[in-house]
Design a protein. Sequence first.
Length: 56
Amino acid sequence: MEAHFAVDQSRPERFTRFIGDKVHFANNIVPHVEAEHFASFAPIFLNVESIIAAGA
């Protein structure tokens, strides 16, 4: 995973930036990442689902 990210030295905030082909990463790398690494995103998706349900 580290090969796909680097600190952006051009920004004072020194954000981590993705490097490479996003489609390749999504299709070939992400499917092999353990589910627990995505757990922190669950509240975001639950919120989106509740907003969609409320508007339906």
